[in-house]
Design a protein around this ligand. Structure first.
Ligand SMILES: Nc1nc2c(ncn2[C@@H]2O[C@H](COP(=O)(O)OP(=O)(O)O)[C@@H](O)[C@H]2O)c(=O)[nH]1
Ligand SMILES: [Mg+2]
Length: 327
């Protein structure tokens, strides 16, 4: 059945196609819906318009919220995304400032950090993204904090060893996040129940320079040490920070391999970063998507096992492998 669209409708359709903003598109679509002849022949088109309108309105709402404040998501960068979570004043922002180029506000009063602040941490020849989040506490938590913990590859739960309540604070923080079905879990935990997100977690006892810190650390160790990796650091003295870079890298479960063009030297300064357990095909695909398909075989130079040995497409790459792809 012909739709018999009116010239007015077609005008509105033109306006829709020329629209630059979401608001203009919404206005044009609403007009089109009002003007469209209502009969069987246009049912499909009506449905289509309604769907597009609903989608655009949701987008407009999102854009409006973003304009109202700041972006509450952090674009991923580097070899992995690691969030700093913890109670107020634990030293999350101080640690971010020590480990990255970022310059978050550090304050003696709680809730200094009202928005996420990201910085890049150098680990040997790669960069890892650290994201400082606002405090998680019973008094107040920015409602979007759990949604930023969720996509992270790893969490650093920062506790304050200078105070009396490091252990309680850790339990409070995990409890609050669990209300949003976000579980901070030890490394290598089994899969979470349906509907839950779990983020593997390293506990950092910060301010280990403080007088009573060793005793506080022992308490945390004795209660949680059998499950979680616990690492003592001081943003002030710098203690534990260099080993922390390695712990974070290991917690991300990634490997660095080096691509070598046939007949040339590999570039050891720019590794290809892959999840542990990735194969040569996945490595090829991460360099160029056609490479995965075109790959015939590869030669590998690794620790002791390989010296230019030929491997097949399903070879699982190892940390430090130098790989020559043949396509
Ligand atoms: N003694 C000591 N104080 C620290 C250390 N790290 C941070 N602080 C202090 O703790 C307070 C809170 O630090 P901040 O980084 O803003 O904590 P955040 O609220 O967790 O981001 C500030 O006064 C810092 O100077 C540390 O390693 N040792
Ligand atoms: Mg802070």
């Amino acid at each position: 059945m012909p739709a018999n669209l009116t010239p007015q409708y077609l005008e509105a359709d033109k306006r829709f196609k020329a629209a630059k903003t979401v608001e203009e598109k919404v206005a044009a679509l609403e007009e089109m819906l009002a003007l469209i002849p209502k009969h069987k022949g246009t049912e499909h088109l009506q449905g289509d318009l309604k769907r597009r309108l609903a989608k655009l309105k949701a987008e407009a709402e999102q854009a409006r919220r973003r304009r109202g404040g700041f972006s509450i998501s952090v674009d991923r960068e580097g070899a992995g995304q690691v969030v700093l979570v913890g109670p107020p004043n634990a030293g999350k922002s101080s640690l971010l400032a020590c480990l990255t180029n970022a310059q978050p506000e550090v304050g003696e009063y709680p809730f200094t950090t009202g928005r996420p602040v990201a910085g890049m941490m150098q680990f040997v020849n790669i960069q890892i993204q650290l994201v400082d989040l606002p405090a998680v506490s019973d008094e107040y938590m920015e409602p979007w904090v759990p949604s930023l913990v969720r996509p992270a590859d790893l969490a650093l739960l920062v506790a304050d060893l200078s105070g009396p309540s490091a252990l309680e604070d850790i339990e409070t923080v995990t409890g609050i996040l669990e209300r949003s079905k976000v579980a901070l879990v030890p490394l290598n935990s089994p899969l979470p129940p349906v509907g839950w997100t779990q983020v593997e977690t390293l506990i950092l006892g910060n301010k280990v320079d403080a007088p009573s810190a060793e005793a506080a650390l022992e308490i945390v160790q004795s209660y949680l040490g059998s499950r979680f990796p616990i690492h003592a650091v001081s943003a002030h003295s710098g203690r534990g920070l260099e080993p922390l870079r390695r712990l974070i890298y290991d917690g991300l479960k990634i490997v660095r391999v080096y691509s070598k063009p046939p007949g040339k030297e590999p570039s050891m300064q720019s590794p290809v970063v892959l999840r542990r357990g990735s194969t040569i095909v996945e490595m090829a695909g991460s360099i160029h998507k056609d490479f995965a398909r075109q790959l015939k075989y590869a030669r590998v130079w690794g620790g002791t096992k390989f010296s230019g040995q030929r491997v097949q497409r399903d070879y699982v790459v190892q940390e430090g492998d130098v790989i020559e792809l043949h396509i």
